[in-house]
Design a protein around this ligand. Structure first.
Ligand code: UDP
Length: 239
């Protein structure tokens, strides 16, 4: 009999760039479909899933600020990009029969529901995949921080950070063949070593709320499910 996953409820953070596949910009629907199928597998294992998606495949606020524009407006544009990505993921999930809802930190009732912690937990209790759009709803934050925040709010047992590689390495494994993967790190070690897993605000929030961060490759089909089953490669950040 397959072992029961150790996690009952998780928050998955995917960067916007994960959605663009081989393209240099935007959304590759086949990649979103694949991520949706990984989430479907997690649901079939009985794990409740919340998702935060970034917007970097479409827009980042710093792009405006770096050209002398208003950072706050740039960040608003970035947050809107996360809504586009969230709607894309919901579409892919619904297509394969996974009940999913988008809750946005910025009210846009014609497109999706607004975020509230109570509504989010009710939907998750009912087995829906909840996609948290609009980041934190505030400029000067990132979707990493939004992921740690929502993970704390929904009482997630773990925060899954889907990245380009299968964990945290001692050096960039694409450049340094001697780089080795950490099996385990504490939140404090991540902060002290300055390891760029997520921004420091996100790590600190996860640490304060005792939420383990699982760093794994979002590009491996079935990778999410494998780790939920206690298989697969990853780095676990936990105190
Ligand atoms: N953003 C923001 N507040 C938030 C989350 C995101 O202002 O709480 C904006 C910010 O401009 C950011 C952009 O949305 O650059 C896209 O988010 P992020 O860079 O985190 O996306 P990712 O790198 O994960 O694709």
């Amino acid at each position: 009999m397959p072992a029961q996953p150790p996690y009952r409820r998780v928050l998955l953070k995917a960067s916007g760039e994960a959605l663009m596949g081989e393209q240099g910009f935007g959304i590759d629907v086949s990649v979103v479909d694949r991520i949706a199928s990984d989430i479907a597998e997690a649901r079939s294992l009985g794990v409740e899933v919340g998702v935060v998606i970034g917007g970097g495949n479409i827009f980042r606020g710093v792009a405006v600020a770096s050209k002398g524009g208003d950072r706050v407006t740039g960040d608003h544009m970035g947050m809107l990009a996360t809504v586009i990505n969230s709607l894309a993921l919901r579409t892919s999930l619904i297509k394969i029969g996974v009940d999913a809802v988008v809750l946005s930190a910025i009210a846009m009732p014609e497109l999706c529901e607004s975020f509230s912690q109570r509504q989010a937990t009710q939907y998750m209790d009912a087995g829906k995949v909840v996609i948290f759009a609009g980041g934190t709803g505030n400029p000067f934050f990132t979707t990493d921080s939004a992921a740690a925040l929502r993970a704390a709010e929904i009482g997630a047992d773990a925060l899954f950070k889907g990245t380009q590689v299968d964990g945290v390495y001692t050096a960039d494994p694409k450049k340094d063949p001697t780089a080795t993967r950490y099996e385990h790190l504490s939140h404090l070690e991540v902060l002290q070593k300055g390891l760029a897993i997520m921004d420091t605000a996100a790590i600190a929030l996860a640490r304060e709320n005792n939420i383990p961060i699982i760093v794994y490759s979002i590009h491996e089909k079935g990778g999410f499910g494998d780790i939920l089953k206690g298989e697969g490669r990853c780095t676990i950040v936990a105190d």
